[in-house]
Ligand binder design. Sequence first.
Ligand SMILES: Nc1ncnc2c1ncn2[C@@H]1O[C@H](COP(=O)(O)OP(=O)(O)OP(=O)(O)O)[C@@H](O)[C@H]1O
Ligand SMILES: Nc1nc2c(ncn2[C@@H]2O[C@H](COP(=O)(O)O)[C@@H](O)[C@H]2O)c(=O)[nH]1
Length: 204
Amino acid sequence: MIEEKGILFVLSGPSGVGKGTVRKALFENNINLQYSISATTRNPRSGEIDGVDYFFKNREEFEMMIKENKLLEWAEFVGNYYGTPVDYVKETIDSGRDVFLEIEVQGAMQVRKAFPEAVLIFLIPPSLEELKNRIIGRGTETEEIVKGRLDTAKVEIEMMSAYDYVVVNDQVDKACERIEAIVQAEHYRRDRVEISYKKLLEVE
Ligand SMILES: Nc1ncnc2c1ncn2[C@@H]1O[C@H](COP(=O)(O)OP(=O)(O)OP(=O)(O)O)[C@@H](O)[C@H]1O
Ligand SMILES: Nc1nc2c(ncn2[C@@H]2O[C@H](COP(=O)(O)O)[C@@H](O)[C@H]2O)c(=O)[nH]1
């Protein structure tokens, strides 16, 4: 019997589009995906827990992870490092389970190179105005960081065509449904859903 590997799904998109919100809603629906917790040098926001939301590191620790090839991808984003620990991703995929990354665009492009079979999903806002409202509305960043993230967002949106799928986050539940449909479609495409086609064809 051939061992089936899991699929690596990557959700990316501009800052403030709602990646974290959509990801949390997806996982509340018990979707059968394993979330890969990232490492970062940014300070925890109120309520964020080390080892749950992120592995919080100082710059020295993060740079050591880079040096020791412990990251599948990493990027510097508006003044902080972010990266995906490689061992968890590899072990989970090898065990046949799907992994879900929520990362920014530079990192997604690195995943594309390192893992060409990964499925890249780009989340877009209904408009740039709405994106701005969402970043400001979240109220977690200073005015300067908000500006940095909005400037970066314009560059990031230009990378949309490098993705396998584009999903509009107009409403969280609708965005989740679209992503769930992509996950299902990718399983069908890889012939991993246990449907007996023979049986189907037998039906008159
Ligand atoms: N569909 C939506 N409609 C309205 N508001 C939304 C929607 N999705 C997310 N939001 C809101 O937008 C803000 C930004 O969302 P979130 O933090 O999930 O974005 P993000 O893409 O993960 O941002 P970052 O990349 O900066 O971490 C939050 O206040 C969230 O509640
Ligand atoms: N390249 C990577 N980007 C990541 C990773 N984890 C999160 N992110 C992205 O960083 C920005 C900022 O996140 P925030 O929590 O400070 O708002 C956002 O776009 C995240 O998706 C990662 O491991 N690698």
